[in-house]
Design a protein around this ligand. Structure first.
Ligand SMILES: [Zn+2]
Ligand SMILES: [Zn+2]
Length: 342
């Protein structure tokens, strides 16, 4: 099969993914082989290529995979050949530890990430445990479904972790791919909840999109919203929005940080933390890591129902390097997707 393979850390501008001809992978016990039709490209891949996140080398990247089941392995019975499925960031977990048994397989010590610890979807075929493949609702084309498997599923998990209930208000700090999906879920699931969106000043396009998607108020980070917020999700790489959010958070409220890493450059913002203003009265800060099966399984049908149809820009498998360079430069319109077969 054709695959774009990463062998070592390099700047993405060096076009580090090499087109290789590899043997088609064989599905093991309770695994399925998928003929990949589309695979989304993600900022996490830039982190893997440039060494901010450590994949296992050599690796086939890609964790937003859509394809058709081609060959179920021994004892795999959940899907039949021809079924359309998706694979997300969670590739597998042990299934036996205390965390796995409680549904926190995203936190399992043996968690494997697709396209990081296990080969991903920048290839003609991929193999995954059948338990970690999800039916794709008919409403989506292969390319439109792919981006939902990352930004959508993690946004959904972040929203779940805030503990939001209908009628309570939610603050969104930053308004990128994940946030613009979250606002649509919230407006659907919690119609009486107000959503306050905080973005960097001057981001007119994001501001307009937030209003169009139903934001009840849009302001700059640091501004005071019309009322205190019951919970919040921070999508930014910085610390200042977290401190600002704590200041306008209702007593007992929670902020969920949806970021793999925080930048060090504005770390001194944390020195502004004042216990009585920002944390007293049971205010909480929590991070969100990876996703669970449940997140993907619940989110995909919900996205079809709303519907959330991402705008995509398609590339060939062989153009993966160029697509990632464009992603780094912020020049992709909507979400970038590798269209691998029909
Ligand atoms: Zn991703
Ligand atoms: Zn486990």
């Amino acid at each position: 099969m054709k695959a774009m393979v990463l062998e070592q850390i390099q700047p993405v501008e060096n076009k580090p993914l090499k087109l290789k001809n590899l043997p088609v992978p064989q599905p093991g016990n309770k695994q399925i082989r998928i003929k990949v039709t589309a695979c989304g490209i993600c900022h996490t891949e830039l982190d893997e290529i440039e060494g901010r996140l450590r994949p296992k080398f050599p690796i086939i990247l890609g964790h937003q995979i859509v394809g058709k089941v081609e060959l179920p392995g021994p004892n795999a019975s959940r899907f039949k050949p021809g079924d359309r499925v998706g694979i997300a960031w969670i590739n597998s977990a042990c299934g036996k530890c205390d965390l796995c048994r409680q549904g926190y397989e995203n936190l399992c010590a043996e968690f494997l990430g697709t396209g990081c610890d296990a080969n991903g979807g920048y290839a003609e075929y991929a193999v995954v445990a059948e338990d970690f493949a999800y039916p794709i609702p008919d409403r989506f084309s292969d390319s439109a479904a792919a981006p939902l498997l990352c930004a959508g599923a993690i946004g959904y998990r972040a929203m779940r972790l805030t503990g939001l209930r209908d009628g309570r208000s939610l603050g969104l700090f930053g308004f990128g791919a994940s946030a613009h999906i979250v606002i649509q879920i919230v407006k659907r699931k919690y119609p009486h909840s107000k959503v306050f969106v905080f973005i960097r000043p001057g981001q007119k396009k994001h501001q307009d999109l937030a209003i169009r998607l139903g934001a009840d108020w849009v302001g700059a980070t640091g501004e005071t919203p019309p009322a205190k917020i019951h919970c919040a999700i921070d999508f930014t790489p910085a610390w200042k929005p977290v401190v600002d959010a704590l200041k306008v958070l209702e007593n007992g409220g929670r902020i969920v940080i949806n970021a793999i890493r925080k930048e060090d450059k504005d770390k001194e913002s944390l020195l502004e933390l004042d216990y009585s203003t920002h944390l007293w009265l049971e205010k909480e800060i929590k991070s969100v890591a990876n996703i669970t099966r449940r997140d993907a399984e619940e989110f995909l049908p919900l996205a079809a129902e709303i519907p959330i149809i991402p705008e995509v820009q398609e590339f060939e498998l062989e153009e993966a390097n160029e697509a990632l360079i464009l992603l780094k430069q912020g020049k992709i319109h909507g979400a970038g997707v590798l269209k691998i077969s029909d």
